[in-house]
Design a binder for this molecule. Structure first.
Ligand code: UFG
Length: 329
C-alpha cells in the first residue's frame, strides 16, 4: 500500500514526502517538474514524472503501487499571477484536480488529502477566521481551490472515498534537518524574500502597506512552519484511514499573527543584520489580517504545533537559503 503525493517535488509536497517516509509509509510522487525539482524528492520515494491530468499514467501508477490515499499538492500558487492569468489557475488547479479525482475514484482510491488555502476566505469578516465562516475568494487562486473543495465534497457523497481539505495559512520555514526547503526562484512570500535579502540575493525588502488597521499598520499573518504542516497531513491521513465515513475541512495555522514589521525584526535578530526596508503601497487584494481559528484541527487530530516560534521558522528558512546560495556558487 502506498501514498501518492502529487507535487511532491515542490516546496510543501517535498516536506510531506519526508514526513510520510519518516512515518514508515511507502510514497510515490507524481510531479511534472514544471516548478518542482527532482532532487527535492527523497531517494526513498519513487518519482513518476507526469502531469496529474494524464489519467492514463496516473491510473497506472495508482494500480502499480497499490495506492490507497492521495495527497494532492500539485498546482499553481502565485496569487497576483492568478489575477492576470486566471485560466492557468482554473486549468492547473481546478480542471487538473478534477482529472486526478476521477482517476482516484475510478481506481478505488479511498482517501484524498487536498492542499487548500486561507485564500478561500477572501477578506474575512472576523479574525481569527473559522472553517464555517463565509468563503468569498477575492482572487482566481482562492476560487480555483474552493471549486476543488466543492468537487471533493460532492464526490465523497457519491463514491466510497473520504477527504480532508487543509486550508493553509502562511507556510514558511524549511526542514529543520536541512533536507528540503523553499527553492523556487522569484518567490513573493515575505519570509522567503527576507532571507533572500539576508543572503545578498536581493538588495531590500519592500513593505507593502503601512496604513492597515493593525497594531503597527503592516499586514498581519499566521505563519506556520512547513514541517508542522507536513505533520498535520500525516495525522489527517491516519484519521481518514481510521474513519472512512468522515471527511473534514480544517484550517492549518497557529492561531496567532505577526505583522510584516515584526517578521522583519525577527529576521534582523536571527541574522544579526539590519535588512533594508522600503515602504511601499499596498499590494492589490491583501487583507489587513489573516489568522486561523485552529480549534477544529486541534479537536479533530492528535496533531499539535511543535515549531510555533517565529525566530525558529526564520532560522530554518535562512539555513536552507544559505544552502541554495552555496549550491549556486
Ligand atoms: N509582504 C510584504 N513584502 C513582501 C512580501 C509580502 O510586505 O515582499 C507582506 C504582504 O503584503 C502580506 C504579508 O507580507 O501582508 C504576507 O505576504 P505573503 O506574500 O508572504 O503571503 P500572502 O499572505 O499574500 O499569501 C499567502 C500565500 C497564498 C495563500 C495565503 C493565504 O502566498 O498562497 O497566504 O493566507 F493563499
Amino acid at each position: 500500500m502506498a501514498v501518492m503525493v502529487t507535487g511532491g517535488a515542490g516546496y510543501i509536497g517535498s516536506h510531506a514526502v519526508l514526513a510520510l517516509l519518516d512515518a514508515g509509509q511507502e510514497v510515490v510522487v507524481v510531479d511534472n517538474l514544471v516548478t518542482g525539482f527532482d532532487w527535492a524528492v527523497d531517494d526513498r520515494a519513487t518519482l513518476v514524472e507526469c502531469d496529474i491530468a494524464d489519467e492514463g499514467r496516473v491510473r497506472a501508477a495508482i494500480r502499480g503501487y497499490d495506492v490507497d490515499a492521495i495527497m494532492h499538492f500539485a498546482g499553481s500558487v502565485v496569487v497576483p499571477e492568478s489575477v492576470t492569468d486566471p485560466l492557468k489557475y482554473y486549468r492547473n488547479n481546478t480542471a487538473a484536480s478534477r482529472s486526478l479525482i476521477e482517476s482516484a475514484v475510478t481506481e478505488g482510491v479511498r482517501h484524498f488529502i487536498f492542499s487548500s488555502t486561507a485564500a478561500t476566505y477572501g477578506t474575512p469578516e472576523k479574525v481569527p477566521v473559522a472553517e464555517n465562516d463565509p468563503t468569498v475568494p477575492i482572487n482566481p487562486y482562492g476560487m480555483s481551490k474552493l471549486m476543488t473543495e466543492a468537487m471533493l465534497r460532492d464526490v465523497a457523497a457519491a463514491h466510497p472515498i473520504n477527504y480532508c481539505a487543509l486550508r493553509y495559512f502562511n507556510v514558511a520555514g524549511a526542514d529543520p534537518e536541512g533536507r528540503s526547503g523553499q527553492s523556487t526562484a522569484g518567490a513573493t512570500h515575505l519570509i522567503k524574500v527576507a532571507v533572500e535579502a539576508a543572503t545578498g540575493r536581493r538588495s531590500h525588502v519592500s513593505i507593502f502597506g503601512t496604513d492597515f488597521d493593525t497594531r503597527d499598520g503592516t499586514g498581519v499573518r499566521d505563519y506556520i512552519h512547513v514541517s508542522d504542516l507536513a505533520a498535520a497531513h500525516v495525522a489527517a491521513l491516519d484519521l481518514l484511514r481510521a474513519d472512512p465515513g468522515s471527511s473534514h475541512t480544517l484550517n492549518c495555522g497557529y492561531g496567532r499573527g505577526f505583522s510584516v514589521a515584526e517578521v522583519l525584526d525577527a529576521v534582523d535578530r536571527v541574522t544579526n543584520m539590519t535588512i533594508e526596508r522600503k515602504l511601499e503601497g499596498r499590494r492589490a487584494g491583501d487583507p489587513a489580517e489573516l489568522v486561523a481559528d485552529n480549534s477544529a484541527i486541534l479537536a479533530a487530530l492528535p496533531w499539535r504545533p511543535e515549531r510555533d516560534d517565529l525566530e525558529g521558522i526564520v532560522r530554518d528558512a535562512l539555513a536552507w537559503e544559505r544552502k541554495l546560495a552555496e549550491r549556486d556558487r
